[in-house]
Design a protein around this ligand. Sequence first.
Ligand SMILES: [Mg+2]
Length: 149
Amino acid sequence: MNISFDLDSTLIPNGKEFETENRNGIAKLFGIEEMRKGTRELISYLQNQGHEIHIYTTSFRTKRKIRLTLKYYGIKVSRIVNEKENRKVLKSRNINSSKFPPAFDFDLHIDDLKGVGIENERLNFKAIIVEPTDKNWIEKIKSGIKNVG
Ligand SMILES: [Mg+2]
C-alpha cells in the first residue's frame, strides 16, 4: 500500500507534544528538525512489510529540507508532497479540501487533524487520525493498517 504521513504534530512536534528522537547540537544548527520517538522504527517496519511510505504535508518546507531531516534519522521515503505541490494539484483537479491523498495515489493517510478525518468521510479516502499525545500511536497505526489492508 502507498501510505502517507503528515509532518506537523504527527511526526514533527509543535512544541513539546511528544517525546522525540535524539538530535545533536550540530544537527540542530543545520536545521534538522525534531522527530517523534519511534518514527524510524515504525517507518522501517512498514517498509519491511512491503508498504511504500510517503510524506504529505500542507507546510511550505522545501522537499530538500524535509528529505535532509528524514535522512538524519535514517529514514528514507519514496515521495514528498508539500503544500506548493498540493495546492497546484488539488486546484487543477478542482478539489475543495485541504488534503486529498488519492490525488497522489496514496491509499492511506496518517494525520493528527480531526478535519482530515472529516474530509476523509466526505471525500471517501482512507485515513488514520493519531493524537499528538497518544502514547500508543504506533500500535494504533499498525492495527489501523491491518484493518484497511
Ligand atoms: Mg498535522
